[in-house]
Design a protein around this ligand. Structure first.
Ligand SMILES: NC(=O)c1ccc[n+]([C@@H]2O[C@H](COP(=O)([O-])OP(=O)(O)OC[C@H]3O[C@@H](n4cnc5c(N)ncnc54)[C@H](OP(=O)(O)O)[C@@H]3O)[C@@H](O)[C@H]2O)c1
Length: 506
């Protein structure tokens, strides 16, 4: 089997401080520190480096280090080497700062300056806000007020935030406005961890490093596109968060739109952050804004009821802790969208996502048009297998092409087959959290994989009619589905009325 040539050596970041607000939280323990550990283990942290964990209440370095070590042992994606872990944790200093107490940020500024002169990090700072989203603007305001985000004397200052970037168009616009009063767009790194996944990044390479796909990547050859992010997981302990969010807000304007924009964008003129992000923003802005009645017609929403997944009993969504009685929050959403440009006019994009489903699957399926007529005797066009290109993101990462072939034998009989590429067959992947690439990119200043303010707002603009229409409709039109099923049966109607069907997930 052909193996890839050695990869180019990745760039080591310049000296810097990695300042984590919310260092006691789940994200810091589950993902950020394990990702920094993986970067340390592969020699991709700066030689001069410090991690500053910010907590609102004073905590000793030892207490924070012990807690992060416990998190690392629980969530690491590779065996933890004690020496590497200690080297990383020895870089951790805990400093107390609370955005509700401005004086604490004045103290933080002085403490950071002192620490950085000892660690010789040259004033380069990355502020990672691993806090609830309502703390983003207050923290950024304090960092701005105290001058900690000002780039002076050649040192860089960057602000990293994790989705959600707002809860609707108005709040996303307000958050962007707040942040852009304090920092320039190029200093903001809006993380969508989907973009840390190899297969997602590979969509760009598949489309633009191969001459054979682009000529057929348009309305002349593509019938429609299906984007699926189905989860087996139920809402679990996150009832409070989920009930005020729902499947649409949680997944569509971020993860599903990342996949959509990579599949549908125009070729960028070069592979740099400005060109790639401009094309992604353009295609999101070209998603047709639907009226509320169109949104109702072009969507299906559902909520799961008790069922079984892998032989485990799952309770009703409404019985989840912290979910409001009679909640109308959707745990499943399917939408039909169209993109108003020359490439995609008339090509529907069907999106579906849900929790507590029978299959875990993230994929983009591109359905090509049928052969225009059946020239083989006894082969009506309807019986030909569907021509799909399937980009599979989870649980396996790979690409499959489905096409028709002749069944061996004297008669012409036709059957559908699949040509499959799986990442793990060709490449030995380093075990990863999916955050390593993104954190490394933040440190080297490459924001190609991060969302720009206009993309975020274009995404919310496209989903806003659905949010508004569903809010007004309340329980009307909210369907139910059994946990462990494929979702509400009515989701099929979105496609069957157009003479299409969802790809069967196995
Ligand atoms: N957890 C995940 O897997 C995950 C995945 C994707 C995205 N996210 C996003 O990442 C962010 C953090 O998530 P999380 O699960 O880690 O949240 P979390 O555990 O609820 O909170 C993180 C920490 O933020 C600090 N904090 C809380 N309120 C604050 C405030 N008003 N001002 C300053 N600090 C405050 C708290 O630390 P102190 O009390 O010590 O100050 C808390 O431990 C959220 O925006 C979330 O949506 C999380």
């Amino acid at each position: 089997m052909p193996m890839p040539s050695d990869q180019p050596v990745q760039k080591k970041p310049e000296p810097c401080s990695f300042v984590i607000f919310g260092a006691t939280g789940d994200l810091a323990h589950r993902l950020v520190i394990p990702a920094l550990y993986n970067l340390a283990a592969t020699g991709l942290l700066p030689d001069k480096f410090c991690v500053v964990g910010i907590t609102r209440k004073t905590m000793s370095n030892e207490t924070l280090r012990d807690s992060l070590m416990k998190g690392l042992l629980e969530f690491a994606t590779r065996p933890v080497d004690d020496a590497t872990a200690q080297r990383l944790l020895n870089c951790v200093t805990c400093i107390a700062a609370d955005p509700g107490e401005p004086a604490s940020f004045d103290r933080l500024k002085i403490q950071l300056d002192d620490l950085e002169s000892i660690r010789q990090t040259g004033g380069n700072r990355l502020f990672y806000l691993a806090t609830p989203p309502d703390a983003f603007a207050p923290i950024a305001r304090e960092l701005g007020r105290t001058g900690m985000l000002s780039q002076q004397g050649g040192a860089w200052r960057r602000l990293v935030i994790e989705k959600p970037f707002g809860t609707d168009l108005a709040s996303a616009h307000a958050l962007n406005g707040e942040l852009l009063k304090i920092v320039d767009e190029h200093q903001i790194y809006r993380i969508d961890h989907y973009l840390g996944k190899e297969t997602v990044q590979n969509i760009l390479v598949l489309r633009f490093a191969n001459g054979m796909f682009e000529p057929i990547w348009n309305r002349n050859h593509i019938d429609h596109v299906q984007i699926t992010v189905d989860e087996k997981l139920d809402v679990g302990h996150r009832g409070g968060f989920y009930d005020s969010t729902g499947a649409l807000r949680d997944m569509v304007p971020n993860h599903l739109f990342q996949l959509l924009s990579l599949v549908a964008m125009e070729p960028p003129i070069r592979f740099d952050a400005h060109s790639v992000r401009a094309e992604k923003a353009d295609v999101l802005a070209a998603i047709q804004t639907q009226s509320e009645s169109e949104a109702l017609r072009n969507s299906v929403r559902g909520q799961y009821q008790a069922g079984k997944i892998d032989n485990v009993e799952i309770g009703d969504y409404r019985s989840t802790g912290e979910v409001r009685p009679g909640s109308t929050t959707e745990t499943y959403a399917a939408l039909k969208l169209t993109i108003d440009n020359w490439r995609w006019a008339g090509v529907p994009f069907y999106l579906r996502t849900g929790k507590a489903l029978g299959v875990k699957r993230t994929e983009v399926a591109i359905k090509f048009k049928q052969a225009p007529f059946a020239m083989f005797s006894c082969t009506p066009v309807e019986t030909l297998a569907q021509n799909y290109l399937v980009i599979s993101v989870a649980p396996t990462e790979g690409i499959a092409l489905q096409f028709n072939t002749k069944v061996p034998g004297p008669a012409i009989r036709i059957d559908g087959v699949e040509m499959k590429f799986r990442y793990k067959d060709y490449f030995k992947a380093e075990p990863s959290t999916g955050y390593e690439t993104l954190l490394h990119d933040c440190m080297i200043g490459d924001n190609i994989l991060f969302q720009r303010a206009d993309s975020v707002e274009a995404g919310w603009k496209a989903v806003q009619p659905f949010l508004d229409a569903w809010k007004k409709a309340g329980a009307n039109g909210l369907l139910s589905y059994t946990a462990g099923s494929e979702g509400p049966a009515e989701a099929n109607t979105l496609l069957t009325r157009d003479g299409r069907s969802w790809r069967k997930l196995d």
